[in-house]
Design a protein around this ligand. Sequence first.
Ligand code: ZN
Length: 254
Amino acid sequence: MDALFNAKINTLRTLLRSSNHAVVFTGAGISTPSGIPDFRTPQKGLWTKNNPMEVAALSVFKRHPQRFFDWLHPLLVQSTNAKPNLAHEVIADLQNKGIIKAVITQNIDMLHQHAGSTNVIAVHGTLGSYTCLTCSHKVQEDDHLIIDFVQNKNLPICPQCGAFLKPDVILFEEGLPMHAWQAAQEEAYQTDLLMVVGSSLEVFPANQIPGIAFHNQAKLVINTFSTTPMDQSAHLLLPYDVTHVWAAIADLER
Ligand code: ZN
């Protein structure tokens, strides 16, 4: 690695050590090294193959469940097979050391949770649980109904009432989960160091979180390849592979 990279990593170390309430905000770019393509990457993303409004929408789930689950299946297989990478692992480790206080993620893939992060605020929901919209029965991702769907494509049906179980991710035509959104905003008001990791801050309204933090005097660090609307406000830009950046601070202590 070059001298500029090393200098920036030293700055990041100092920022983290001197912070009181560091928060990480992650997007698809933290999961691409785990083999999960960015939804919005041209040619590769799942949303460019299908018009999202024709598949990932609440009305499609309700009226055309087979079409909805046909869209969900490859996404779920990909997430189920994916393993957390070094960035997820180091973030979890620094969180357990008390250096990072919270993780806000736009990702639904559960990789932060599987890496051992606690206090993960998933503003778009996750594939970690499923709920029946008719009777509110809930199952977790390791339930035999979900495993049967992943392995055999048998659609997950509520054992209590026979309706289809909906993954707890936010579909088009749905609002953000209120408790997660409020928790994310509270973190944005409380943090003094917000690190954006693998997000180009294009998705509204989740992308408002770094702005709220910045306007409350938090320092911003942005670790993503692409430019973002917040680059001008950032204290430190790290346009490097997320696994390289986080591996370089894996040994950080207070
Ligand atoms: Zn039910």
